[in-house]
Structure formats: C-alpha cells, structure tokens
Design a protein around this ligand. Sequence first.
Ligand code: TXA
Ligand code: MG
Length: 342
Amino acid sequence: MDTILLNPVIDPSAIDRAAGLLRAGEVVGMPTETVYGLGANALDPAAVAKIFDAKGRPQDNPLIVHIADAEALERICDDVPEPAKRLAAAFWPGPLTMVLPRVREIPASVTAGLPTVGVRLPAHPVARELIRRAGVPIAAPSANLSGRPSTTTAAHVLADMDGRIAAVLEGGPCEVGVESTIVSFAGETPRLLRPGGVSLEQLREILGKVDIDRALREQIGDDARVSAPGMKYRHYAPKANVTVVCGTPEDTAAYISKHLTNETGVLCFTEFAYLFEMHEMRTMGAADDPLTQARRIFDALRAFDETDVQEIYTQCPSDEGIGLAVANRLKKAAGFKVVNVV
Ligand code: TXA
Ligand code: MG
C-alpha cells in the first residue's frame, strides 16, 4: 500500500480526503496535541482490525475513542458519573482520557472485551475537524509500531507506518509531546492509569481523592491483571537498553559521567550537555522546564536508534506537573531499570 501524505497547509482538501478514507474503512495517521494517532472508524470492526495489524498491537490492549464535541460522550458511554462530567468540563478539549462504562454499539475489539471504553476529546484543531468531517467516533492508539517510542511529528509516523496505512495527515509537531492522562471511573475512587498532559495536581483540584495505579511504579508481569492493559508491555523502547538515573540534577549528571563507556548514549538536561559532548548525547530541555522535556522526549529516544549506542543513561525529571509523565515514559522505556543516586 502506498501511504500518502496529506498536508492541509498546502492542500485545502487534505482534511476532507483524510475523512473520506476514514469513512471508507481505512487507517489514517492523524495529529493530536499529545502524540500522533492511528485513526479508524471506531464503529467498524474491520477498520479497527487494520489498526492492530498496522501497529503489531496485541489484541488484549484496548483503544481510545476520540470524539469532536463533548455531546458525543453520551453516545459512547452509559451513565457518565458527575465527577467525570466535571473533569471533562475542566480539561476538554485537551490531553485527558476518561475510562467509563461503554454503550453496546462499541465493538469488542475496540475495548478488548472490557465493559469500559476510554474516551478523549482532543484539542488539536486538525484532529477535531477530521473527526467532525468523518462523522463517526475515531479509535486511535499512538501512531508508532507497538513497543517503539510514540510519534510527535508526521515524519516519525512515516518512519514507522510507511506502506502500512492509507495516509498521514500533517499537523505539525505535537504541542504536548506525551500521551494523554488516563483516569478510570470504573471503581469507587477515580484512578490515575497513566500520567500525561493533565497533571495529578490538576486532577486532584477537581476530583479530590485520586488513586494511583501500581503500573505507574513497577513493571507489571505478563500474566498480571492490570487496569490499563497497555501498561504491562515494555513500551517506548529504543533499541539500546535504557537506565534512568534519579536524584538531584547535579548528582545524576555526576553519576552518569562516572559510568560512561564509548558505547553509552546520554539523554540529559540542557545545562549538563557540556559534560557529555564526546558522547552520543541528546538534550531534553532545562531541568526546570518539564513542558519542553515532554515535547522532546520521544524524538530524543527515537534519535538514538540512528546511532550505534548499546546503552542509554538518562537523567530523570522531577515528579511535579507533567514531569511525572516524562519520568514515567523514561522508566517504561527502561523496563523500570532505575538507579537512585542519594
Ligand atoms: O494521547 C493519547 O492518548 C494518544 C492520542 C493518539 O490520543 N493515544 C494513545 O493511545 O496514547 P494508546 O493506545 O497508545 O494508549 C492507550 C492506553 C493503553 O495503555 C490502553 O491499555 C489504555 O489506554 N486503555 C484504553 N482503553 C481502556 C479501557 N477501557 N480501560 C483501561 N485502559 C484503557
Ligand atoms: Mg501507545
């Protein structure tokens, strides 16, 4: 299959053409403000199956359904609880996914047979226009091959998906850079399944108590039952082994410089770049700038695959704000191989 690149900046019909492909049951790489997604008609099981094929995704890992306006929520979910409505009012459109009881019309392949569905209303104007014109809810996982770092540019999507999907719709580099925050309303207390663009602090302001899923802290075994099935797989992984070094920025920079070999790559805060200039090194932004770190993290992880490094040491952002999401993606890329420098 030839994958076509559609660019709304130079082709006014680009979004319409992408919407037509979605209606015809094809898979389209689409921009969102978090990461690029692999979109397909969420109500068409054959189209949804093509997503799993293109990604090489395990069938037990459910997809997020994307809608273009908040009213569409009631057509996808049953009995939306009051706290979920408040959360939607506060953070939609935006980098927030809510796991809620689903209606029967959602195919089992989308939810991996679960009684719930993940729903998100993205903020990216091209994404919203695409969903609106497609006229159907759009199931979309991140647009990377399963296990690889997520994609934050159309070029990243083509690198993984050229020949595997019908088209990629260009929407520029993603503004947030890490995937959406996932909050589950399946239990008594709202539960954070994945940290993302909406911070835990922001969630607690609206919801009060929020539990934290254990998948955020440790690698989950293959046989484990987990709240977000995707959390049990090694994720975001470049080819080299990753070690995350946690502690103050000064201490972790010192630790890494002591442990380097010729085969080591380094992912560091900008102010420590001078220490690692003789190595394959990428910067993720200043230590106190988690927004930039989030925007750069997947591009940096992908860039190491173009090099010969056998291992990567990375400094770890602080757990505040979106830093929690960046630290989580790095720890997952490392299979939770973490060194604490004290
Ligand atoms: O920002 C994002 O959320 C991006 C963009 C494209 O919207 N999408 C994304 O999708 O990150 P994906 O498939 O890469 O990650 C979705 C995660 C998986 O870990 C999956 O297991 C979990 O959401 N998930 C989806 N539906 C669920 C459900 N009903 N219950 C629990 N977890 C669910
Ligand atoms: Mg993903």
